[in-house]
Ligand binder design. Structure first.
Ligand SMILES: *[C@@H]1O[C@H](CO)[C@@H](O)[C@H](O)[C@H]1NC(C)=O
Ligand SMILES: *[C@@H]1O[C@H](CO)[C@@H](O)[C@H](O)[C@H]1NC(C)=O
Ligand SMILES: *[C@@H]1O[C@H](CO)[C@@H](O)[C@H](O)[C@H]1NC(C)=O
Length: 375
């Protein structure tokens, strides 16, 4: 009897130890698995990248030849097929957006700036805030800069949303819209559309600023920059902004901007100005607009622009007063030295900065389309 009890207790003891061992092993395995998984997903892809010096990207054609052929014949060479010739229906083409104000007709030397604001379809509040602040012509009048502006939108599958956009357009007349689905990873379509518009539909502008709807732009400092760049107003090589010189593609599957090696195998992207605010000339827009159809589509809009610029042999220029991140505090001292800054959707900050900088806030002017050129 005692023996039996002993045997049973030993058995229990062994079983329990066995379980504990299994448990320990399992925990160990899990603990070991995490770094292995991390290593496999986060480290290995970075080890397998190709050096940037080997960069190639479709199409591999002579872009200088393509552009000069177009300049001579107003047509692409027949033997070169496009790789990215998207064509979405245009819902709002933005006719007559770029007519000179009467007060500027005689001022040949005044910079003429088109501001194209990439805006999310549902961001009406952002557009109204921008309309009453940094695209508003009246904030540029005393600075001697002629400004035209448009908001660049994609389309929607929702009929009610489109009705709202149409009403907004009837009120302000400052929307251009193409019928691709308006979503974050269709921003490259939006950018392509914006470049096409700047190139083909706004002959009066010499400078073009591309900006996001959650940015702050200083009219005073922008006017100052334009004046200092007046000698380059027709320069087809001008692309200024906050430039990432050696951007690294994100290889982690958890990352929002995840890029597989088969999609793009190199250690770096070509340099690009962050898409939130880029100042160019219309001459550059024309080249980008002609070339972009021959460059393989990629869903990151600023990366795409960087690739197109590299293809046509243009290096974007970094400017220290273009900010990618928010500066604090909101004071005249800090913001006196900013041309453009990402507010990361914090709309209230735009009004705070505006007040700190003593700019005028204008009610959104309601302009009937027929009379908008005679402000
Ligand atoms: C791009 O597509 C449009 C419409 O589908 C067509 O008219 C145009 O010729 C194409 N452009 C080129 C360069 O192939
Ligand atoms: C981009 O737009 C196209 C055309 O409307 C649509 O088919 C596609 O699903 C959209 N892509 C994303 C990521 O929304
Ligand atoms: C703000 O601007 C107004 C009008 O231009 C001017 O009268 C006022 O002195 C300015 N205030 C400051 C603090 O700069």
């Amino acid at each position: 009897m005692v023996r039996l009890k002993l045997a049973i207790s030993r058995l229990f003891h062994n079983l329990f130890r066995g379980r504990r061992q299994t448990l320990c092993l399992t925990i160990l395995a899990v603990i070991a698995f995490v770094p292995i998984l991390w290593f496999g997903l986060e480290v290995v892809p970075y080890m397998l990248v190709l050096p940037y010096s080997q960069f190639t990207y479709p199409l591999e054609i002579d872009f200088q030849q393509l552009l000069s052929h177009y300049d001579r014949f107003q047509a692409y060479p027949r033997e070169t097929a496009t790789i990215n010739n998207v064509s979405f229906a245009v819902l709002h083409p933005g006719k007559n957006l770029c007519q000179l104000h009467r007060s500027f007709l005689a001022q040949q030397a005044a910079p003429r700036l088109l501001i194209l604001v990439k805006s999310g379809l549902g961001n009406r509040q952002f557009r109204d805030a921008v309309r009453s602040t940094w695209v508003n012509q009246r904030n540029y009048q005393r600075l001697g800069v002629q400004v035209f502006h448009a908001f660049v939108l994609g389309g929607s599958v929702s009929q009610t949303q489109q009705v709202r956009v149409n009403a907004e357009q009837a009120m302000h007349g400052d929307i251009i819209q193409q019928d691709f689905i308006d979503s974050y990873f269709n921003n490259t379509y939006k950018t392509m559309f914006a470049f096409d518009f700047a190139a083909n539909s706004c002959q009066s502008a010499d400078f073009v600023l591309f900006a996001d709807d959650d940015y702050y732009v200083s009219p005073t400092n922008l006017a100052h920059l334009l004046r200092s760049l007046l000698h380059r107003r027709s320069d087809p090589r001008l692309a200024v902004g906050f430039v990432f010189a050696k951007p690294v593609p994100k290889r982690s599957p958890m990352n929002r901007w995840y890029t597989t090696l088969s999609e793009y195998p190199y250690a770096f992207w070509p340099p690009y100005p962050t898409g939130g605010a880029v100042l160019t000339t219309r001459a550059l827009c024309r080249r980008v607009s002609l070339a972009q159809r021959f460059v393989r589509y990629i869903r990151f809009d600023d990366v795409f622009l960087g690739i197109v610029l590299k293809k046509i042999g243009i290096e974007p220029e970094h400017h220290g007063l273009f900010y990618h991140e928010l500066l604090t505090p909101v004071s005249q001292q800090v913001y006196g030295n900013v041309i453009a800054m990402h507010l990361d959707r914090r709309l209230n900050l735009l009004h705070d900065i505006w007040r700190a900088m003593n700019y005028s806030v204008f009610d959104v002017p309601v302009i009937s389309l027929a009379t908008r050129s005679l402000l």
